[in-house]
Structure formats: structure tokens, C-alpha cells
Design a protein around this ligand. Structure first.
Ligand code: AMP
Length: 303
């Protein structure tokens, strides 16, 4: 594996493969790799001739300077993990490479960025995400780019911008990877205290409870949200939002007809976590291809 800090170096490294018709897969990340990131890389490895992982902690998508300053970083460890799963190129630019002096162009996706994470974190968050992802897709020009369902609204924003801008790339969504106790893996989990990590389990338990309610026939928003809210309340968790929304538009929905996302975000101390579950009228997961089914990967770790 080669680590490349410049756009010119990356493009030069890909030129031969591209000319020979090799398929190029891109996994955009902000580093601090865990098994969620690695599952995306493994999927890319299985399906593409050349796998590129980008590692860039994008300052423009952080609405909270303390969150940016405290974001976990360990490029040497990340490089080792990426190499172990067979990544070919690690693109690890500095902020000046991505945002040189005079940088003035942004990409903003209207509508679905106004709610949920957009409402909580402000318009700069998804503008930052959309801009950096558009740049990465333009820099790497992959055939396929891999994104996690973990960031469900981000996935919807990226699908929208790829369609709207006619970018020639296939977006491959990947299942949420969880610890054995249900906590969705996140780079921020290492920042949780032991007590907050236990409390954070209420997020996946709330999603589980809602899913069980659907299995017993619930279809409407009110009862589904009430069940999830009850689990959160019992754990003393007051969510930033708990919402049932359309997976593509993120608009609130009144029933789960055709499939709806239950999304939750909450603070645990200074650490903000998100999670979500697709609720459908079928049995859970039976409607999903194998690659979209979440897999517990390892024993839970305490912070
Ligand atoms: P990040 O480094 O947090 O920006 O994440 C990079 C990519 O990994 C995004 O597409 C995320 O949705 C995805 N990702 C993060 N956590 C998980 C997880 N637990 N399971 C699956 N994908 C994830």
C-alpha cells in the first residue's frame, strides 16, 4: 500500500490502472478506523481491482471546534489496518491540499439537509460533507464509492448530489457494523466514559424495541416513536432527535409503509452519537441483501 498526500500524486498513481480499464473503488473516511470502516474497505477489495481509501478529517463539516480538535487521529495505526485489509492507495491530504488559499466553491443539497443532523449541526455541516465528497469523487474518479448506512442522512445527501450532478459513480451503501452489545461502531466511541458507553446502549435498544413493535403489527409513527422514546427515557437519555423519516428525502413520515428510517441522535457527555434502523413491513433484514445486514463484530470494549 502507498500513502499519498497530494492530488497530483494520487492521480498519477491511478493513471495506469484507469487506462487499462481496471475498476477503482473509493472508501472516503475521516480515519480512526474501526470495523465499520474496515467492512467498507473489505467490500471494496472484494469487488474492485484498485481500492483507494481517503483519510481526511474535513474541517468544514465540523460545526463544533472542540469536536474537531478532539476528533481521534492516528494515521500510522490507520495505515497499518488499511494495508492489512488489502487497500492499494491511502490518500491522506492535509487541509491546504483540499482547501488551498482562495478556495471559494461549495456544494449544497437543498431540502433533505434542513432536518435532523442539518437542523442540529447547522447548514455548514452537510455543505462541508457535500463539498468534500464531490471533491473526492472528482479527484479519485472511482467507479464505485462505499458509504455506511450508519450515516443515513449523509448517504441520502450523497446519493442526491451524485444524481443531480450526473457524477459517473455508483454509490454502494454498506450495513451498520455494531459491537456485540449493539452499540454502532463510531470513531467517537473511544471518547465515551464507561458509564456513558453503557447508557449509549439505549440507542440500539430503542431501535430494537421499535423494530419488535413493527413485527407485532405497528405501522404508525406515534406508537413506534413512543416505544423507542420509552426505552431512552428509562435509560435517562434525552435525544437530540428521534424521528421516523423517508430514507431518501428525510421527510417525516406518518407510517412505515414502503420502508421508513427510525433515526436517533443523543449526547453522552460531550460525545454526540447517532444511530438508525430501517423499519419495513417485512421481517427485519429479510428484505435486505446479505451485504446490507448488520453484523456484530467483536466483544464490546469499554473506553
Ligand atoms: P467517518 O470516518 O466516520 O466519516 O466514516 C467513514 C465511512 O464509514 C462513512 O461512510 C460511514 O458511514 C462509515 N461508517 C462509520 N461507522 C460505521 C459503522 N459502524 N458501520 C458501517 N459503516 C460505518
Amino acid at each position: 500500500m502507498r500513502t499519498l498526500p497530494t492530488i497530483a500524486g494520487l492521480r498519477a498513481a491511478l493513471a495506469g490502472a484507469r487506462a487499462s480499464g481496471a475498476t477503482i473503488g473509493l472508501v472516503p473516511t475521516m480515519g480512526a478506523f474501526h470495523d465499520g470502516h474496515l467492512s467498507l474497505m473489505r467490500r471494496a477489495r472484494a469487488r474492485c481491482d484498485v481500492v483507494v481509501v481517503s483519510l481526511f478529517v474535513n474541517p468544514s463539516q465540523f460545526n463544533d471546534p472542540a469536536d474537531l480538535a478532539g476528533y481521534p487521529r492516528d494515521e500510522a495505526r490507520d495505515a497499518g489496518l488499511a494495508e492489512d485489509v488489502g487497500v492499494d492507495l491511502l490518500f491522506a491530504p492535509g487541509p491546504r491540499e483540499i482547501y488551498p488559499a482562495g478556495f471559494a466553491t461549495t456544494v449544497s443539497v437543498a431540502g433533505l439537509t434542513d432536518v435532523l443532523e442539518g437542523a442540529q449541526r447547522g447548514p455548514e455541516h452537510f455543505r462541508g460533507v457535500a463539498t468534500v465528497v464531490t471533491k473526492l469523487l472528482t479527484i479519485v474518479a472511482p467507479d464505485v464509492a462505499y458509504f455506511g448506512h450508519k450515516d443515513a442522512q449523509q448517504l441520502a445527501v450523497i446519493r442526491r448530489l451524485v444524481a443531480d450532478l450526473n457524477l459517473p459513480v455508483t454509490i454502494e451503501p454498506c450495513a451498520i457494523v455494531r459491537d456485540l452489545d449493539g452499540l454502532a461502531l463510531s470513531s467517537r466511541n473511544v471518547l465515551l466514559s464507561e458509564r456513558d458507553r453503557r447508557r449509549a446502549l439505549a440507542l440500539s435498544r430503542a431501535l430494537d424495541a421499535a423494530e419488535r413493535t413493527v413485527l407485532t403489527g405497528a405501522r404508525r409513527r406515534g406508537p413506534i416513536l413512543a416505544v423507542a422514546q420509552c426505552v431512552l427515557r428509562e435509560a435517562g437519555v434525552s435525544p437530540d432527535y428521534l424521528e421516523l423519516a423517508h430514507p431518501d428525502t428525510m421527510a417525516a413520515v406518518q407510517t412505515i409503509e414502503g420502508g421508513a428510517l427510525l433515526l436517533v441522535a443523543a449526547h453522552f457527555g460531550a460525545v454526540r452519537l447517532i444511530d438508525n434502523r430501517l423499519l419495513a413491513e417485512q421481517q427485519p433484514h429479510t428484505h435486505l441483501p446479505e451485504s446490507e445486514v448488520a453484523t456484530p463484530v467483536r466483544a464490546p470494549t469499554s473506553a
